[in-house]
Write a protein that binds this ligand. Structure first.
Ligand SMILES: Cc1cc2nc3c(=O)[nH]c(=O)nc-3n(C[C@H](O)[C@H](O)[C@H](O)COP(=O)(O)O)c2cc1C
Length: 329
């Protein structure tokens, strides 16, 4: 049993999100109480062919338990990539991505396209399990390819038999992309049938969802993606509520802007240390994500679209805090 499920623990995972859950963002979430985190997905072939792909796998000891998520369609390459990850990074687990709906991934018969070939998915899982005897292997899936092929139960049983130690399920099909709603009835049904822990994922957006799911769903933990992307404080809100029954006060504009600035600094001093503070246009999307539900967030995002340097960002933060203060009078 993975340690973070022991003694009835109910871990909150930060969902892997390519281009967003980098080392700096994970640090913000860890500080707010995220229990388990996973790197952005990385292609097995990339890990075998050069150094570039390894950059996104950077993590700190404080971020443990940390999983490294890999994807691919070739059993031998997936096994070899997992072996190298184990030797080089010693993650707490290796996660196999079988949920990505992007064409560039499914065209290579990887990600969610493995849901159309459960045998291949199980073979890959088994090969990775055998390749990394010292590292637990987990799998992340969607519930199926489309509404006519909901395969989560069969796939769950196959990966469990192949040695996976947990299964995260995003309750949408590949065809759905991010439309519609996550189908928690399917997630619950799989969770009730498997021995390994199932982590439920999809549309968990606040304390109320967590309280309800903890009461009603047999999943053994939750994975939170988009809701945390704009608001890492969600983890501490949930933890605080579960411990006290009270929802804590929201972070002030000062705290939110201080966090945005610190996040930008962290990006520039860790994973993106090769970039210059004079041109931070590449981080606009990352910064904009953190303004979700802020007062006047549409205008704030438009302003973030004009910044070029760290100095611009600092000036914007000062102006925004002043704005908020005068609006409060
Ligand atoms: C921008 C973005 C990038 C994502 N990248 C990954 C990824 O690298 N690996 C993965 O397994 N899922 C990825 N996902 C899917 C999320 O992990 C999660 O399953 C999905 O967002 C549903 O959870 P939510 O409703 O809490 O957001 C990504 C989602 C988004 C929005």
């Amino acid at each position: 049993m993975l340690p973070w499920f022991q003694n009835g623990a109910y871990p909150l995972y930060l969902a892997p999100m390519a281009r967003f859950t980098d080392r700096a963002f994970r640090q913000l979430c860890k500080e707010q109480g995220a229990d388990v985190m996973v790197t952005e997905f990385v292609m097995a072939d990339g890990l075998l062919s050069g150094e570039h792909a390894w950059r996104t796998l950077d993590f700190t000891e404080e971020q443990r338990p940390m999983g490294v998520q890999i994807f691919g369609s070739n059993r031998e390459k997936m096994a070899e990539a997992a072996r190298r990850v184990e030797q080089r990074l010693r993650p707490d687990f290796i996660d196999i991505n079988c949920g990505c709906p992007a064409d560039k991934v499914t065209d290579q018969l990887a990600g969610s396209s493995l849901l159309r070939d459960p045998q291949r998915l199980a073979d890959i899982t088994g090969a990775v399990v055998r390749a990394v005897p010292e590292t637990p292997v987990t799998v992340k899936i969607r519930i199926g390819w489309d509404a006519d092929s909901i395969v989560a139960t069969d796939v769950g049983q196959a990966v469990q038999a192949a040695g996976a130690q947990a299964l995260a399920i995003h309750g949408r099909t590949k065809e759905q992309g991010y439309s519609g709603q996550a189908d928690w009835a399917v997630i619950d049904s799989v969770a009730a049938q498997l021995d390994i822990p199932v982590i439920g994922n999809g549309d968990v957006s606040g304390v109320r969802d967590v309280v309800r799911l903890r009461r009603e769903s047999p999943v053994r933990g939750l994975m939170i993606g988009r809701a945390a992307l704009g608001y890492p404080w969600l983890f501490s809100e949930i933890k605080h509520y579960l411990a006290t029954g009270e929802i804590p006060t929201k972070p002030t504009p000062e705290v939110r802007w201080a966090t945005i600035l610190r996040f930008a600094e962290l990006l520039l001093t860790t994973q993106y240390a090769h970039k210059t503070p004079d041109d931070i246009r590449w981080m606009r999307a990352k910064l904009k994500a953190l303004t979700k539900d802020m007062t006047g967030s549409r205008k704030v995002r438009a302003a973030l679209d004009t910044i070029v340097s760290m100095d611009d960002l600092k000036a914007l933060a000062v102006a925004q805090i002043e704005n908020q203060k005068s609006a409060a009078f």
